[in-house]
Design a protein around this ligand. Structure first.
Ligand SMILES: Nc1nc2c(c(=O)[nH]1)N[C@H]1C(S)=C(S)[C@@H](COP(=O)(O)O)O[C@H]1N2
Ligand SMILES: [Mo]
Length: 324
């Protein structure tokens, strides 16, 4: 991965050149060969340990909600669980699957605080019971130029909002990920300010598409995908969807979010998928769909709001080039 050092000495680890799929694939087959013992440099036992750690969770039942399904073919679970961004476990796409075995997704508590009439601290089971779980097939578009289609399991975040009753002062919601050095080897490196923080305007968070997510592919979330609870915001670039959330704070002021702090000229607060607003270092007009992106495969055109045009009214009257 190419790391650009900016004048303040902050590393900007989002690759200016996306790791081509072929390179990633060849790396993966290298790892397989390593496991088969045909290349020196790692014992089979070590490889099997890592594979075991990367295993998917127990089954999680949820009724498909046909109102939230895209017709695109879902990404293979193998790809969705081995090609990840989760910098708390390393900056390489393969790192989270290899390293996230140290994350303990149970027991887990989540604190909901700030500008709410009913602040609460819930354990995972209580949180999961706030509303019926649904399966929804969403596209997720990474700011780096690739996308996946994943059957997620969760419920609209609006269910949680109504339970905690925001005060009249609440204008934003802040999502704070776990930052535990003992469980997360990547926390030692200063690639971002930890904890990873993301945020939404309250009305964005109330949009039915905003999914508080506990599972994928009929199973509880694998650690590398943000176990045990994360957001999925399909009309925004992937980095807005914070993983392994421990705290949700309702605020008066716009939250200071991790990527915006690291590189404000590159990652705005809104970060809606927008093919007309290029990243300063690359175009956002098209994307590679993971799984169909061989060297010769055509890229797909990126759609405004990632195709979720129903969110457009949230931004009426806003200059989306300014509020990128
Ligand atoms: N806490 C935390 N959340 C995170 C990230 C991260 O590094 N840390 N990466 C983001 C990015 S850049 C993307 S594209 C998505 C990837 O989610 P996935 O691995 O489930 O596809 O998670 C987002 N959530
Ligand atoms: Mo991303």
């Amino acid at each position: 991965m190419l790391i650009k050092r900016n004048p303040n000495g902050i590393d900007l680890p989002f690759s200016s050149e996306i790791t081509p799929r072929e390179v990633f694939e060849s790396r993966r087959s290298f790892i397989k060969q390593l496991a088969l013992g045909s290349i020196a440099g790692g014992t089979l036992a070590e490889m099997l340990m890592r594979e075991a750690f990367a295993q998917n969770g127990p089954k999680l039942a949820a009724k498909p909600n046909p109102a939230f399904v895209v017709m695109d073919k879902p990404t293979a679970i193998k790809d969705a669980t081995t090609y990840n961004n989760f910098y708390e476990f390393g900056t390489d796409k393969a790192d989270p699957a290899h390293n996230a075995g140290t994350l303990k997704p149970r027991p887990w508590t989540i604190a909901i605080e700030g500008e709410v009439k009913k602040p609460m601290t819930l354990d995972l089971d209580a949180l999961m019971k706030l509303a019926p779980l649904e399966e929804r097939v969403y596209r997720l578009r990474c700011v780096e130029g690739w996308s996946m289609v994943i059957p997620w399991i969760g419920y609209s975040f609006s269910n949680l909002i109504s339970k905690v009753e925001p005060t009249g002062n609440a204008k934003y919601v802040e999502f704070i990920s776990l930052a535990d050095k003992k469980q997360m080897p990547g926390i030692g490196s200063p690639v971002l300010e930890w904890p990873y923080v993301e945020g939404l305007r309250l009305d964005e968070a109330n949009h039915p598409l905003a999914l508080l997510t506990f599972g994928m592919y009929g199973e509880t979330l694998p650690n590398q995908n943000g176990a045990p609870v994360r957001m999925v915001l399909p009309w925004k670039y992937g980095f807005k969807s914070a993983k392994s959330i421990v705290k949700i704070r309702f605020t008066k002021d716009q939250p200071k979010t991790a990527w915006n702090l690291a590189a404000p000229q590159e990652y705005g607060f809104y970060s809606n998928v927008n093919p007309d607003v290029d990243h300063p270092r690359w175009s956002q007009a098209s994307e590679r769909r993971i799984g169909e992106d061989s060297f010769f495969a055509k890229k797909r055109k990126t759609l405004m709001f990632n195709g979720y045009s129903e969110v457009a009214s949230l931004y009426s009257g806003m200059d989306l080039k300014k509020y990128f």
